[in-house]
Design a protein around this ligand. Structure first.
Ligand code: ADP
Ligand code: MG
Length: 246
């Protein structure tokens, strides 16, 4: 199995706090990998280092074998790392399909000139992407009126417009109702299966994680304390201890 992402000894300190401590892992092609752990465990700090938002104090990040440690968010994005945001990042005044068209224009490094012109650009591809997330029926709606769950699905379509090799999703289901949460993760799992994209995600709801993740890593106080299959993690006494606070 080819390695898409690898970290070696990834560490981040904020003053005296070691938020992420010596974390090493690999993510393989087509894998849906969950990073779990209690609040403050260091998950977002990990994501921010992978996306170039934070520079590691120590350690390295490799993407498809290339050292990308300390590279800018823009450069890491350019190399095929997509992300969905904890806070949705769509243009409220534009329609659903225009948001996807904008993402395609940006992906193709075209210059966005004027909306009437943009209207015709990448329409078919944008519709395909909307169909992929089950939103083809809402193409002409304005984002401002979308339900939260639909905004999250649109965000996924926007991320896919970039044809990422790797998608980083830090709490993609935050703020969603349980049913919507399951639906979004099911959708993500389908996309991983059908498109060979690799995904690293965080999620609070253990039922969602156990139902969809291919593999699970557990972070506690900045340290990776377990890395294994759903069954292994479910039965790992260290993980139970962390979650039951025992
Ligand atoms: P998680 O996403 O798992 O909840 P975080 O990565 O957000 O955890 O936080 C890990 C630890 O690092 C926490 O103790 C948090 O307070 C601290 N931390 C995160 N970001 C910063 C920052 N910019 N400055 C100082 N401390 C931070
Ligand atoms: Mg977080």
């Amino acid at each position: 199995m080819s390695v898409v992402l690898e970290t070696r000894g990834l560490t981040k300190s904020f003053g005296g706090i070691v938020a992420v401590n010596d974390v090493s892992f690999q993510l393989h092609k087509g894998e849906l990998l969950a990073l779990i752990g209690p609040n403050g465990a260091g998950k977002s700090t990990c994501f921010n280092m992978l996306m170039g938002q934070l520079k590691p104090t120590r350690g390295s990040v490799f993407l498809m074998g290339d050292d990308i440690t300390g590279k800018s968010p823009r450069e890491i994005w350019r190399r095929g790392v997509g992300r969905t945001f904890q806070i949705t990042a769509t243009y409220a005044s534009m329609t659903v399909i225009e948001n996807v068209q904008m993402a395609l224009i940006s992906h193709n490094r075209q210059v966005f000139k004027a909306l009437p012109f943009a209207h015709r650009m990448h329409r078919d591809r944008a519709m395909d992407l909307l169909a992929m997330v089950g939103m083809e029926g809402q193409a002409e709606r304005h984002c401002a009126v979308l339900a939260y769950g639909d905004l999250k699905r649109l965000e996924l379509a926007i991320a896919l417009a970039h044809e990422p090799t790797l998608l980083l999703m830090d709490e993609p289901t935050a703020g969603m109702a349980p049913r919507e949460r399951i639906a979004l993760m099911q959708l993500t799992a389908d996309i991983v299966r059908d498109r060979g994209v690799s995904v690293l995600f965080t999620e609070h709801d253990m039922d969602v994680v156990f139902a969809h993740a291919h593999r699970i890593m557990v972070l506690n106080r900045g340290e990776l304390i377990a890395d294994g299959s759903v069954e292994q993690i479910r039965n790992d006494p260290r993980v139970q201890e962390v979650y039951l606070g025992g």
